[in-house]
Design a protein around this ligand. Structure first.
Ligand code: GLU
Length: 339
C-alpha cells in the first residue's frame, strides 16, 4: 500500500455553505482529518495520514505557510516518510503555492495540490472527487519524478502552466499553454491515470530554502490598461519594491510614459519583468519593447502572479543580474542544480 500524507491548509474544500447568500460559503471550516474521513474508499487507495498546516481561505495564504509546507515536505522526502504528498488548498492562490513549491522542492516525490469550487456540504460538492483523484495521483508510481502537480476536475496540471480561469465553475482550472499533463479517472478505471508525456528526468530543487527567505522581498505587480499613467510605478519604487512585474498589454507592453518610468526604476536597481494580462501566450524578449537597452526581463510563459514568485525567489538567492534572471524565466525556474 503506498503511503500518502495529506497536508491540509483550508479553502473551500474544507468549507461549509453560508446561509446568508445563494452561492456563499465560508472557506476553511472543516479539518483535514474530517475531510479525509468524509471521502468513502480513500483508505483503499493509500495508507493515509493527515496533518493540519493551516486552515485559511487561500486569499490569506502567506509566505509563512509556504515555508511551513516546504520545510515539512522536505522532511517527508528526506526521511522517506511517504510515497506522495497531497495538499488541500483554496483555489484562489493554489497556482501560486504550487509554483512556489515547484521551485523549492526536489522532483522525485509527487506533491499534488487540490481544492474544490463547492463547499463540502453542497449537493454537488467537487472536493471528494478531487481529493480522491489527488490521492490516486500522489500514490501512483507513474507520478514519480514529476514533482509538484495540480489535480482538479480530472486533469493533472503543470504548476508552471496552470491558472484559475473561472470564478465559480467546477472546471475552474486550465493550462492554456500546452494543456494538462495528464488525466485521472475514477480509481476503478483500468487506465485511471494517463500522462501524455514520458517520464521527465529527475531534477533537484534549484533553490536552497532556508528561513532567511521569509519574508521574501517586496515585488509589485502593476496592471497595465489604456490610459494608464506612471503613478503606480513611481509608488512601487518609492515603497521599497525590489522588483516590478508588469501585467502588460499584449506582448508585455505599456504606454510610453509607463515604459519610461520602468527604465527609471531599473536605474534605481529595481528588477523589471514584463509579463502580460492576456490569458494565453508568451512574452518574449525584444518584441515591441527593447529589453536589451531598457534592462528589462521578459516573463516567457509565466503569468504575472507566477513571475512575481519566481522573481522573489531569485532575489532571495542573490540572483539579480538581468541576464541571470532572464535565464531563470526562460526555464520557468532556475536551472536545475544536478547536486
Ligand atoms: N477564496 C477562498 C479560497 O481561495 C475560496 C475559494 C476556493 O477555495 O475555491 O480559499
Amino acid at each position: 500500500m503506498p503511503r500518502v500524507i495529506v497536508l491540509a491548509t483550508g479553502g473551500t474544500i474544507a468549507g461549509r455553505a453560508d446561509p446568508r447568500s445563494a452561492h456563499g460559503y465560508n472557506a476553511g471550516c472543516t479539518s483535514g482529518a474530517q475531510l479525509v474521513a468524509s471521502v468513502p474508499g480513500l483508505d483503499r487507495l493509500a495508507e493515509l495520514s493527515v496533518e493540519q498546516i493551516a486552515n485559511v481561505a487561500s486569499q490569506d495564504m502567506s509566505e509563512a505557510i509556504w515555508l511551513a509546507l516546504a520545510v515539512r515536505i522536505r522532511r517527508i522526502i528526506e526521511c522517506g516518510q511517504a510515497d506522495g504528498v497531497v495538499i488541500t488548498h483554496g483555489t484562489d492562490t493554489l497556482e501560486e503555492t504550487a509554483f512556489f513549491l515547484h521551485n523549492v522542492l526536489p522532483a522525485g516525490t509527487p506533491v499534488v495540490l487540490t481544492g474544490a469550487m463547492r463547499p463540502g456540504d453542497a449537493p454537488d460538492a467537487d472536493g471528494p472527487a478531487n481529493l480522491r483523484a489527488a490521492v490516486q495521483v500522489a500514490a501512483s508510481p507513474l507520478s514519480r519524478r514529476r514533482g509538484v502537480l495540480v489535480v482538479m476536475h480530472g486533469a493533472i496540471h503543470d504548476p508552471r502552466q496552470v491558472v484559475k480561469i473561472h470564478t465559480t465553475a467546477a472546471p475552474a482550472f486550465a493550462s492554456p499553454g500546452g494543456g494538462p499533463l495528464g488525466i485521472v479517472n475514477p480509481a476503478d478505471d483500468p487506465a485511471a491515470i494517463r500522462y501524455f508525456a514520458p517520464d521527465p528526468a529527475e531534477c533537484a530543487a534549484p533553490f536552497a530554502l532556508s528561513p532567511i527567505i521569509v519574508p521574501l522581498s517586496r515585488v509589485a505587480i502593476v496592471y497595465a490598461h489604456a490610459g494608464m499613467d506612471a503613478a503606480c510605478i513611481s509608488y512601487a519604487a518609492r515603497d521599497g519594491a525590489r522588483g516590478i512585474v508588469l501585467a502588460g498589454l499584449g506582448n508585455g507592453n505599456a504606454p510610453q510614459t509607463v515604459l519610461t518610468a520602468l527604465v527609471r526604476a531599473v536605474r534605481q536597481s529595481v528588477i523589471v519583468v514584463r509579463a502580460t494580462r492576456v490569458p494565453a501566450g508568451r512574452v518574449d524578449r525584444n518584441v515591441e519593447v527593447d529589453d536589451d537597452s531598457n534592462g528589462f526581463v521578459a516573463a516567457g510563459a509565466l503569468t504575472p502572479q507566477k513571475a512575481r514568485v519566481l522573481l522573489q525567489l531569485l532575489i532571495a538567492n542573490g540572483i539579480t543580474a538581468p541576464d541571470a534572471v532572464q535565464q531563470a524565466f526562460n526555464a520557468g525556474r532556475a536551472p536545475c542544480d544536478s547536486g
